[in-house]
Design a protein around this ligand. Structure first.
Ligand code: EPU
Length: 446
């Protein structure tokens, strides 16, 4: 086990450059399976999930070279269409190889995908869509694999019953080389999807956002290599913006994505935070006045993203009054609450009054876990104190790290590998902003 040791409280000041977006980087790696040519990806974040995803494409025969933040991937000639269990099960996006493998090789065998423990996170919407495009896909509970086959993927009209970010991307990745035209209705609108579309377009794909929540993909016979610089990470930016406010500091963010963070910035300003647009891609976030409570309901783009609600809850522990968060996308994304409570936070659960929960929530209502809640109520302000903490998922990890920087005393946080999945060198970058944070490796822990 590895841990962070953090001494608080700290005021964070200075400049930070936002890394490449994890939720584009992982899918950009999958695009390499769509062509024999080399794909050159710039601004790729140095994070654990990217290394895991590279292992997935390497297990299928791809050759990978990493030079700083540039990754070159070339699909190999010897083709294996099976993703080994020990590689694929560690990462939910490993299932996204299904589309490219089916359209190019007619077969794919992938383990039931893993990822953050923020809910059941099935891939039924992805599977259903690929079946509509001509694939047969069976899950074998004896070996834990999805077995997929297709003579040819063909275009189809597919209407998602509910929003799905990676489901939309999986079907785009399946449709780009399919025979004919695919129209995705009720497609997700997250901007990371548009970045993936831009990369695929640079490779020769024919994809348009053809209407409100509609994407049209005209299949092409072949894609070619491309160089692409992926967008920076909105979730990292929101984390640093909140850190500026909770620590009563001032952080200037380079490679800013503020144009794609409208819902966040509205809430940030309501809470009393200030941001200054230095230039098109530089934003300064700072504390100015006592923090105000703001109620949040998470949603798909352009709403307040579910990825922002965990650090937001920490911010609300510092607000004067009561605020609420209603999580509508995932059914188990309050794993950090117990950790914040250990530090003295006053947070209670509640069940929001929802008339038709099966239709209202983004997750499949039947997947909900007994005893979990979709709402929390936070009463502040609270002076947090140090604690021994653990990280249960990526965003929960970032939240407890920010909490420890705010708390009085020394905190130890276990489960560093969770935050390392999605935040590049978070300890080094926070230290450069003034945090007292040390990453202690396993063999140093006695
Ligand atoms: N869902 C299903 N069946 C499906 C697909 C989705 O039940 O076939 C459920 C999910 O379990 C979830 C909801 O529908 O409850 C929404 O899922 P969606 O597919 O939109 O989310 P995702 O693709 O699993 C991506 C990001 C998440 C981000 C969400 C929302 C990646 C790799 N992950 O997840 O990022 O929170 O979209 O924008 O792109 C993170 O970065 O920490 C993270 C979890």
């Amino acid at each position: 086990m590895e841990k962070f040791v953090i001494n608080g409280p700290t005021v964070l000041h200075g400049d930070v450059t936002i890394a490449g977006a994890k939720n584009v980087a992982l899918k950009a790696i999958v695009t390499s399976l769509l062509t024999d040519d080399e794909i050159i990806l710039h601004n790729m974040p140095h994070i654990r999930d990217v290394l895991l995803m590279l292992d997935v494409v390497k297990s299928l025969g791809a050759h990978v070279t990493i030079e700083g933040n540039t990754i070159r991937i070339q699909d190999g000639h010897t083709k294996d269409t099976i993703v080994p269990l020990e590689i694929g099960a560690r990462l939910r996006t490993s299932s996204m190889v299904l589309g490219p493998m089916l359209s190019r090789y007619g077969n794919a065998t992938i383990p039931n995908p893993g990822g953050c423990r923020i809910g059941a996170r099935p891939i039924d919407r992805h599977i259903e869509g690929l079946k509509r495009m001509g694939a047969t896909i069976d899950y074998d509970s004896k070996d834990g694999y999805f077995h997929a086959h297709a003579q040819h993927l063909h275009g189809a009209q597919i209407s998602f019953l509910k929003n799905t970010h990676t489901g939309t991307e999986t079907l785009i990745l399946g449709a780009v080389l399919a025979d004919g035209t695919t129209v995705l209705k009720n497609a997700a609108e997250e901007v990371e999807i548009d970045d993936l579309i831009a990369l695929l377009t640079a490779m020769g794909a024919n994809i348009t956002r053809s209407g409100n929540r509609e994407i049209t993909i005209v299949g092409v016979p072949k894609l070619h290599g491309a160089q692409y610089t992926i967008m920076s990470d909105r979730n990292e930016e929101a984390t640093f913006a909140i850190a500026a406010l909770t620590t009563k500091g001032d952080i200037t963010v380079h490679h800013s994505q503020r144009h794609n963070m409208k819902a966040f910035l509205e809430a940030f300003e309501k809470a009393g935070g200030v941001y200054k647009m230095i230039d098109d891609t530089t934003t300064e976030y700072f504390y100015d006045k006592p923090i105000q409570p703001v109620d949040i309901v998470t949603g798909s783009h352009p709403g307040f993203m579910t990825d922002w609600q965990a650090p937001w809850a920490l911010l609300m522990t510092q607000a004067t009054g009561v605020s609420t968060i209603h999580e509508t996308v995932f059914e188990n994304r309050f794993l950090y609450v117990e950790e914040l409570r250990k530090m003295g936070a006053n947070i209670s659960y509640f069940d929001p009054n929802v008339e038709h929960p099966e239709a209202f929530y983004n997750f499949n209502w039947e997947d909900r876990i007994k005893g979990t809640h979709q709402g929390i109520s936070i009463t502040g302000p609270t002076k947090l104190h140090n604690a021994i903490l653990s990280m249960n998922d990526l965003r929960a990890g970032a939240t407890v790290v920010l909490a420890a920087m705010l708390a009085i005393g020394q905190s130890s946080i276990y489960g560093v590998e969770q935050i390392d999945r999605g935040y590049e060198q978070i300890d080094t970058r926070l230290a450069a902003l003034g945090a007292s944070i040390e990453w202690i490796e396993e063999d140093e822990i006695v």
